[in-house]
Ligand binder design. Sequence first.
Ligand code: TTP
Length: 195
Amino acid sequence: MCRIVLASASPRRKELLRQLIGDNFEICVSSYDEAPQSGLDATELVLHHSLFKARDVVGKYDSGIIISADTVVLCEGQVLGKPHSPEKAKEMLDSVSGKIVQAITGMTVLNIDLETEVTVSEITDVKMKKMSVEEIASYVRSGEPMDKAGAFAIQGKGAILVESIMGDFFNVVGLPLFKLGQILEDMGVHIFEIE
Ligand SMILES: Cc1cn([C@H]2C[C@H](O)[C@@H](COP(=O)(O)OP(=O)(O)OP(=O)(O)O)O2)c(=O)[nH]c1=O
């Protein structure tokens, strides 16, 4: 099997890729700075960030496949990234409370040997429960929201804040596994045959 590189520092993305291909990949964290980009909508933004995360590490390899992604939560036109402070986390949770928001991931699969860059986006609708002020404060104190887009983790304790979703669950956690599987299969990486 060809070399596969995950260009991500996210432990969630590492686990998700492991689900498909076991330990048959390496990690090379990109040093790309996710600065805000003016004039881009949420989908364009995550596509842009994922593409540049992959391009940032590709120079270190002469063959193989680089995978990168970027996730945001869109709430009534507002793009929510990672909160970076407990106050910001509270603010984000207050804004998503009781609403249907969109978890949007941009993903790039860059194949050095085929000289192709596949960049796709995936949207999952997430219906959040109406949260009380105390509940938000208590969730923020748990620490879980801090490194998560939109300040919640559907795969963690934040599961009890999510009433339902429509779309790919794994996309909310940071990597759209259905689309990733299709792209890898098209590139000749056969998931069921990997030991
Ligand atoms: C909405 C949501 C997001 N997240 C996470 C996925 C991403 O790790 C994070 C969004 O931040 P990103 O900037 O997409 O990724 P990252 O900085 O964690 O990692 P890297 O750029 O190195 O790949 O939010 C969850 O874990 N659960 C959720 O329910």
